[in-house]
Design a protein around this ligand. Structure first.
Ligand code: CA
Length: 646
């Protein structure tokens, strides 16, 4: 695109003061002991921008107010952006700031800006800090563990769920620092997961950081400041440095344990429109509108952002790059990724080539952009290296999303076998998966198996235990555990990237609550005593994950290899059986057989005549073998997985 930089008349002092020219992608605040420079991007017809400096994060009156200078218009044709700048030659460390933009003759209201990198309590004002003060000791030595995407095992967690209950014995319950504590880290290491996906941890609105002594809970899908960690998970939200430093300490501790850190990002909507920083800097620009001029609501949360606008696209990409650079984040899970446009996601993939990118390949309502342009699951083949959740596999196992009492494969409902097979193959085209009988999708949508996230439960909807109780008629405790283990065996032996909800390994329940986004701790917390109550569950999960990690056959990472090595055996009702043949992926085992039997009775499977070693049966997994058999048939116990090899 033709680029032309039009320099606007500005104060001579300003021209000479910047050591480097402010750029549209730059931070809004650059601090040094000698001076602090500020910049803000607005529409090019904005009339004035005021900068206010405060002593406090809330209340009081400005100790200084300055009218900012127009610096330049956008070099991009048709981009009606304007950059405003000012420098204050004082040491402003510890102060707070807001901007106020005048447009069409009215002031839009004070805002912390859209790229605040430090904020005061509840994120209402930006904070001026020296980012160097936020780095923990040896932060420059922090390195992400090197793990290929195909080898990841993702653990989805919420800070408060994980550590709030006294049974966990945490010094910092509900805080970032819980994940620096030995009990918090050791559990993850023992389980064997190598990536944590933390629910929204940027600054969000729904927990009042001034009232943390009162019970409050939220998942945090209501973003306010995308570039700053949430304050309620820090030990002191009044201190703008604390949340940043503690977040980094968490990342550092996880990395040291060999665990990658994935951030749940919610760029698709904001908490509200009217008071959002987006709206107060460029009204109407960052949100999509319907043809009639009303705001579109593809998020189901009252608005949807417009990634097709160049500065919104920049915003998403700059923000992700910032989290990678400043916080050493290893991946992003995009909430309602289907609201963003394909071009934006592909640009992100290109600009951050190493990080894991996956998301929900759907929206929560109609978007004001054609489906063909959106980062929907059906369009994943146009986004190489980007993954989406497989609701085909999830619902093929547990039952459909529109009814908690409806069962599927796990509940012994026949007809879901092809959906489970689709998930086992990693959502790629496979000659033995009959797409006419797969739920939701009538075509394989992944080009590579690593473009599919394999899962049976996540924070949304009922957790696995609750769903099994709600959908499987007359389920006994023994059956509950058997089906729970069977479900995760399907997930952990899938060629997709396996993903589990935190606490499933300790048979977590949420008291049957379907949407626990603001439920009390008593619903959402992990009860660590469950590890003692159901030790076999944790042991099975641990051994199952270890089995996956020990055997490349389960994570081939390439569609052609999967089609070559993965062969399904004849399907019976509520039985999915397959083999990974010919030392798949260089596996030490020649042919690995996996049989998933969801029936309330045992089933017999026919195999080629041979001598076999059983490594998984009932609730036990042992890599060196549990038992052996010879011949052409084997019995698969009810509601469980059988894995063996020759
Ligand atoms: Ca907050």
């Amino acid at each position: 695109m033709l680029a032309m930089l039009i320099m606007m008349p500005i104060q001579a002092q300003l021209m000479t003061s910047f050591t480097a020219e402010p750029k549209f992608h730059d931070p809004e605040v650059k601090y040094s002991k000698k001076s602090t420079s500020f910049q803000l991007m607005t529409d090019n017809d904005a009339q004035e921008v005021m900068l206010n400096i405060y002593d406090t994060a809330t209340g009081g009156t400005p100790v200084k107010s300055e009218s900012m200078a127009k610096y330049c218009t956008s070099p991009i044709i048709n981009d009606k952006s304007m950059l405003w700048c000012t420098i204050i030659y004082e040491d402003l460390k510890g102060k707070f700031y807001t901007f106020n933009v005048k447009k069409d003759g009215r002031w839009l209201g004070e805002t912390q800006g859209v790229r605040a990198m430090a904020v005061g309590i509840n994120g209402q004002r930006g904070a001026i800090i020296d980012m160097k003060d936020t780095n923990p000791k040896r932060w420059n030595k922090d390195r992400s563990p090197v793990i290929a995407h195909k080898d990841l095992v993702i653990y989805e967690m919420h800070h408060r769920d994980y550590s709030i209950d006294p049974s966990g014995g945490f010094t910092y319950p509900g805080k970032y620092l819980a994940l620096t504590e030995r009990n918090g880290i050791d559990h993850l290491k023992k389980l064997g997961v190598n990536a944590v996906h933390i629910l929204p941890s940027y600054d969000y609105a729904s927990v009042d950081e001034t009232r943390l002594n009162e019970p409050q809970y939220n998942w945090g899908y209501d973003p306010v400041n995308y570039w700053v960690p949430e304050g309620s998970y820090s030990t002191d939200p009044n201190d703008p440095v604390a949340r940043i430093q503690e977040f980094k300490r968490m990342v550092q501790a996880l990395h040291k344990a060999g665990i990658k850190v994935i951030l749940d990002v919610v760029f698709n909507h904001t908490f509200d429109i009217d008071n959002s920083a987006f709206q107060r800097t460029r009204p109407g620009y960052y949100y999509r509108k319907n043809a009639d001029g009303t705001y579109s609501n593809g998020s189901g949360c009252g608005n949807e952002t417009a990634s097709e606008q160049i500065r919104m696209c920049d915003y998403i990409i700059d923000c992700c790059k910032y989290w990678v650079k400043e916080y050493h984040i290893d991946g992003f899970r995009f909430d309602l990724m289907g609201i963003h446009d394909i071009k934006t996601m592909n640009r992100l993939r290109k600009e951050l080539p190493d990080v894991l990118i996956y998301g929900e390949g759907w929206s929560a309502g109609n978007c004001a952009l054609p489906q063909s342009m959106l980062a929907m699951k059906a369009n994943i083949s146009q986004m190489p290296g980007i993954a989406a959740f497989s609701d085909e596999m999830r619902d093929g196992l547990r039952g459909p999303w529109d009814g908690d009492d409806k069962a599927a494969f796990l509940g012994g409902v026949k007809g879901n076998e092809e959906s489970v097979k689709f998930g086992i193959a990693g959502a790629i085209q496979h000659p033995q998966v009959d797409m006419t009988r797969v739920n939701y999708s009538k075509a394989a949508w992944a080009t590579q198996p690593t473009q599919m996230i394999a899962y049976v439960s996540c924070h949304d909807d009922m957790c696995l235990v609750d769903r099994l109780r709600a959908s499987v008629k007359g389920i006994t405790q023994d059956e509950l555990i058997r089906l729970d283990l069977l479900a995760q065996t399907a997930v952990m032996t899938s060629q997709g990237i396996p993903f589990m909800l935190s606490g499933e390994e300790m048979l977590r329940d949420k008291k049957g609550v379907h949407n626990s986004y603001n439920s009390p701790d008593s619903v959402n917390h992990l009860d660590w005593n469950n590890l003692k109550r159901y030790p076999q569950v944790m042991e099975y999960y641990r051994d199952l994950i270890a089995l996956r990690k020990a055997h490349p056959a389960f994570r081939l990472g390439d569609a052609d290899l999967v089609r070559h090595h993965l062969e399904f055996l004849p399907t019976q009702d509520c039985v999915v059986a397959y083999r990974l043949k010919g030392h798949a992926g260089g596996d030490m085992w020649q042919d690995i057989y996996v049989v998933l039997n969801a029936n309330r009775q045992s089933r017999t499977i026919t195999v080629p005549d041979g001598n076999y070693t059983i490594v998984c049966r009932d609730d036990q997994i042992r890599n060196i073998g549990l038992d052996t058999f010879s011949g052409t048939t084997v019995n698969v116990p009810a509601q469980s997985a059988l894995i063996f090899h020759n």
